[in-house]
Write a protein that binds this ligand. Sequence first.
Ligand SMILES: [Zn+2]
Length: 330
Amino acid sequence: MGTVGGGVTIEEVAPGVYRLPFAVGTKPLAMYVLAGDGLTLIDTGLTDTPEAIYLPAIAELGRRPDEVRLVLITHADADHIGGDRAARTLFPHALLACHAADARWVADPAVLSAERYDGFRPFGLRYDDETFATLDGWMFSGRPEPADLLFQGGERIRLAGDDWLDVVHVPGHTAGHLALHNPAGGYALIGDAVFGASQLDTGGAKAAAPPYVAVAPYRATVDRLAALGIGTLLTCHYPVMRGGEVGTFLAESRAWADRAEAAIEEALREAAAPLTLGEAIERTDPELGPFQNPRELQWALRAHLEQAAARGRARAVDHSGITAWVHAGA
Ligand SMILES: [Zn+2]
């Protein structure tokens, strides 16, 4: 397919489904246009993505911005909601949709930043100011941008004619992550629902750990996606996967969560003093990665430590003013 402004290549990855891959620094990112009787956009990327990526792509497809009727936000993260304000302006007929559980974060970048990205203070960790500034720069933070439609999963979106997409709730990375599944076409758009054994950089190297926030929902999501029998798996940060690659990726996602659980159990067992989240990262990174950015293990390891506590395998304690954990199992 064609190339649009900025060197973005448009690839038709399933009938009427166009993938627009680009990169933010060394982080690969892909947006999608579903071109049917109207246009549906999957995520809004960064502040300038609607203008820089979507507008030229829509023109290349021979369509018009006023044909965009739905903008589906897969989940509340800076690189997926940042262009919401611009999308409102550029696509005046579009309704903005997300899952109800992510609605507060989708609506307001300031709340997202405070509650999600700055949610590690109780555990003694905090991004530096530069990282917060980068994340803020990805999002239009001028005013709240609430969604028009809140999904729960189970809704259906018509692409064209009798071609329908099922909205699927796939929690784990966020509580309200959404995917779209087209059973007839055998494809699914899953955003950031699962991460294999690593987030990858544009060179394919292990950039950072799978960033899920809750273990049981993440595992259930992997199983649910596996049960769909997906032939073409479309994500926002990985190359298109087809056929056997899909099962391999899902198996790697499951296996990494199993390894992380075992690594946390071992770290708890071996710790001579209460285990902080920072120490858990240091102890497990060599085995679980190693990753270019070990710090991002904070998401999954917090989830595993909280799961261990919920199962009576660990006990949360106050350790010099921060929450740490001690082993509590047999
Ligand atoms: Zn993402």
